[in-house]
Design a protein around this ligand. Structure first.
Ligand code: FEC
Length: 312
């Protein structure tokens, strides 16, 4: 077995470290176009509503360190951890540059989001490929998606079951699986995102024998083009009209407590549910639960065995 450490690049969305960083962060998300004053004020208001900063930085660090620890304890090839964020420091290209400077020749890259889309995971991979090509190293294997990792599905099923147990009448509650919306044009691009969300959701539904479950989208961007729908806020209204009184919200596309969960579900969707007289229960996020980190470890080892090593 090769005992040379392999670089482990753990990537995530990133979040502003303080309210002062919201403008550059938002500008980066918008591909360099600064937001209007109104858009900026609205985003700052949402961060303030969840306590000023998002816990995402801290959670991503715990997830990445926990994963590296598991990999270094499983008897397989040891890893050296690097973290790269998409929209804030430490940025992905800087992390790849550090790997190169440290003499890492072979590495594996994983994004802390389970489902693949050309508009999400692929954009992380693209940054890695471009930086490695510019520098002449390292060579990378990529974890493309990991939504069907058995231990991830176990952890997700546990959470749905736990949330149902908090309902008054679990057998009559609707389970709504959601993920970050994307521009609807992905549907014409043969993109696997929607199919993958259904694949993991349907597996959980079958395993738990759910009779009431459906899919919705959340956190759609504030742009003029159409986004994937229905939006979870509209779904709540429709469910009420259909006679439901309890809803379990499972944001299966996210693996941490962050703005899109703490604000979009816990504040915005909860307010809508209250207005409608619905009981809304959210599933716990994965965060650094050891059972979840074991799923990530399995995904990394699987890619190490099965994914092609791509030279810069
Ligand atoms: O806690 C935090 O501060 C960060 C939470 C956060 C996560 C996240 C994950 C994803 N996003 C995805 C796609 C888009 C697209 C746009 C977009 C915009 C935003 C804005 C904020 C934001 N996203 Fe995000 N996203 C998070 C936060 N996202 C803030 C800007 C304001 C707003 O729209 O609310 C639209 C860009 C544009 O305007 O052109 C597209 C996808 C994910 C899940 C996969 C991943 O984690 O990479 C997809 C966490």
């Amino acid at each position: 077995m090769n005992t040379q450490p392999m670089g482990l690049l753990v990537m995530a969305y990133g979040t502003p470290h303080s309210l002062d960083e919201v403008l550059p962060y938002y500008t980066d998300i918008r591909h360099g176009r600064p937001p209007s004053d109104e858009q900026l004020a609205d985003l700052i208001r949402r961060y303030e509503a969840i306590g000023g900063v998002s816990p995402l930085t801290d959670i991503t660090r715990r997830q990445a360190e926990g994963l590296a620890q598991l990999l270094n304890a499983d008897g397989g090839r040891p890893v050296r951890l690097y973290q790269g964020m998409k929209h804030t420091s430490p940025f992905i290209p800087d992390a790849v540059a550090r790997m190169y400077e440290d003499g890492i020749t072979e590495a594996i890259a994983i994004v802390l989001a389970p489902h693949y889309s050309t508009m999400s995971i692929e954009t992380y991979h693209q940054q890695v490929r471009e930086t490695a090509a510019r520098l002449g190293g390292p060579s990378f294997r990529y974890v493309r998606q990991w939504h069907m990792e058995p231990r991830f599905l176990d952890a997700l099923a546990d959470r749905v079951q736990e949330a149902l147990a908090r309902c008054r009448e679990p057998q009559h509650a609707m389970v709504v699986f959601s993920a970050h919306s994307l521009p609807a044009r992905i549907l014409e691009m043969n993109d696997p995102y929607v199919e993958q969300l259904h694949e993991s959701g349907d597996t959980i539904a079958k395993r738990l024998d759910l009779h009431h479950y459906m899919y919705a989208w959340q956190s759609a961007g504030r742009t003029r083009e159409p986004w994937l729908g229905p939006d979870i806020l509209d779904v709540l209204r429709d469910l009420k009209e259909e006679g439901y009184s309890e809803v379990v919200s499972c944001s299966q596309g996210f693996v941490a407590d962050h703005l899109e969960v703490l604000y979009d579900i816990d504040i915005e969707a909860q307010a809508r549910a209250r207005e409608l007289g619905l009981h809304l229960v959210r599933t716990r996020q994965m965060n650094d639960d050891p059972a979840f980190l074991a799923a990530l470890r399995d995904a990394v080892r699987r890619a190490e065995r099965e994914a092609e090593l791509i030279d810069p």
